[in-house]
Design a protein around this ligand. Structure first.
Ligand code: DGL
Length: 266
């Protein structure tokens, strides 16, 4: 039962940093009236070059905060945290609807015309058992070329969305995928849609780029609607364990959202 001091029911969304904002953008488009609380765990980013135990600990800590603030559905807007921590999150909160973000191997296989697809993701996602399992279940006869991308999230976190350093790194990372003649590449990290045009340029126009945010938002919408909670339109609240000023600047520049982020100690 809701008491006057209960926090307002909201969607709780988190990522290691700014990447999950690409999921939040799609959630806002599909669920404009739902209150949303977003945590960027920037002080601990990037997750993709951390040990699984660390990612699990941080995911549990951030989720606990979101739930205390009223989250009734949790969206793990991070492929790396989903790969390593979604099991622990579901075990800890078995009654909470939890939506994860995973590379869409199945749609990529369906979209490929030549049976060769690439997946770009963090080293930790690519090394995970969950990722191997996704490929085993959905790739079939399609050849999957996995490309770990160390260093890419750190550049995006610094706001380098189209700089010479970014383009140079993308050239190196895309080279094996171009050599493998993939015709479809999955962005297996929620940060990558923020650099989609630079990435498309590095891969060439013959390669189709796919992301998963809209499917995650659809799945979230189903879970939210099943709760039967009515929301009140409000701008999302953005919190970060890093610099609130830096996150505010990022959302204003990269997404044109006139929002002020709040600092959070977790
Ligand atoms: N945005 C995240 C993902 O989807 C994590 C990036 C990171 O912190 O390395 O994997």
């Amino acid at each position: 039962m809701t008491s006057p001091s209960s926090p307002q029911a909201c969607l709780g969304v988190f990522d290691s940093g700014v990447g999950g904002l690409t999921v939040l953008r799609e959630l806002r488009r599909q669920l404009p009236d739902v209150p949303m609380l977003y945590v960027a765990d920037t002080a601990h980013a990037p997750y993709g070059q951390r040990e699984p135990d660390y990612i699990i600990r941080r995911s549990l800590t951030v989720a606990e905060h979101l739930i205390a603030q009223g989250a009734r559905v949790l969206v793990v807007a991070c492929n790396t945290a989903t790969a390593h921590a979604i099991g622990a999150l579901r075990q800890r909160w078995p009654d909470l609807p939890i939506v994860g973000t995973e590379p869409g191997i199945k749609p990529a296989v369906a979209a490929s015309r030549n049976g060769r697809i690439g997946v770009m993701a963090t080293p930790s996602t690519i090394a995970s058992a969950r990722f191997a399992d996704l490929i085993a279940r959905h790739a079939g006869q399609t050849e999957v070329f996995s490309q770990p991308c160390p260093g890419l999230v750190a550049l995006i976190e610094r706001g380098e969305l189209d700089t010479p350093a970014l383009r140079q790194l993308l050239m190196q990372l895309c080279e094996p995928l171009i050599a493998a003649e993939v015709d479809t590449v999955l962005m297996g990290c929620t940060h990558y849609p923020l650099i989609q045009s630079a990435l498309q340029q590095a891969l060439g126009p013959q390669v189709q780029l796919l992301n998963i945010e809209s499917a995650v938002a659809q799945q979230t919408a189903k879970q939210w609607q099943a709760l039967g909670v009515s929301g009140q339109a409000a701008p999302p609240i953005l919190q970060t364990t890093g610099s609130a000023e830096a996150l505010t600047g990022f959302v204003q520049r990269a997404l044109a959202w006139p929002l002020q982020a709040q600092a959070l100690r977790l």
